[in-house]
Design a protein around this ligand. Sequence first.
Ligand code: DSN
Length: 392
Amino acid sequence: MKDKQIEKLIVAERKRQKSVINLIASENYVSDDVLKALGSELTNKYAEGYSKLRYYGGNEISDKIENLCKERALKLFGLSEKKWHVNVQPLSGSPANVSVYLALVPVGAKIMGMNLQDGGHLTHGHKVSITGKVWQQIPFGVDGKTETIDFKEIKKIAEKEKPQIIVAGFTAYPRLVDFKKFREVADSVGAYFMVDMSHLAGLVAGRAYPSPFKYADVVTTTTHKTLRGPRSAMIFSKTDDREIYKKIDKAIFPGLQGGPHLNQIAGVAVALKEADTPAFRKYAEQVIRNAKVLSNELQKLGWRIVSGGTDSHLILVDTWMNGVGISGKEASDRLEKNGIIVNKNTIPGETRSPMDPSGIRLGTAGETTRGKKEKDFVLIAKKIDKILRSKK
Ligand code: DSN
């Protein structure tokens, strides 16, 4: 690069990434091919609109790239073009979710989603997000004892509040989600059922976690977490006679976004092809096996794991343990000083503040990409334990 200042920073970040154990549950490492697509001339092109319906000329190749990405997305998740539509233009997860609400939920109407503290996402209607300012969040949480989803409670809330849409999707919920039960609740109150599978997409693609497609009307996902693509997002929607897919396309463009980022779309297409392989299926299974080992080992070492374990790539550790342990911020800071990167996280029934909560969130997707197996995670658990129990 001619710009030595930026080049130096990129090199420094590359070195940092290589030198740490990365347990951020929402991060991963893309292939060189994905990086090449991202850093290509595709970034120069404006392609507002959709295939064959663009506002600018010179988009013959853009159409081919976007169509190929869409084909690969449907194929990867085993979806037929007759029943499902996919929009690959969302710039990331938050605009994807906002666009679905713009399309399907009248201003001021109700979005039912998990509260942030128990593992939901800001864009599931939290008051500090635009999704909680334009719409009203009807929150649900987890059961106080089991720390898992309580469908009796969800049904009760849905029947009382009659939300327009029910969102199942989480940033810090480690267990299996019964999408069929969510569908039944949505049907009983006439709500749309949306799944935000951002964290789970790679596990679903690898057939290591149940697919939500049989039950959902709309599925949103980012592409850079377990799916191991570039930072981007997709919206899958049913093509039945409600024609929600047409409304969602319009909500993305011209509703919310301008020109799509073609380099990102090409990068997603590359990642989708990579995920449609036996090697990726093995990867997805290994991610979950590694998470189970990490969770079990930490438990054996005396740490409380929220909900007692994990069925995914994600683990929530209660480091505070009612004041016997250390806060999530202190845990995260100490781990970082020792080369292990995690994020502090609230836990169900949180008694502390979000900036200094009771727990940390761990994930195994990134380190599994780097080749780590069960035995490595036994050692990582021991290392975490030693760091958290040291005086400084
Ligand atoms: N940062 C992402 C996550 O960790 O789930 C979502 O915004």
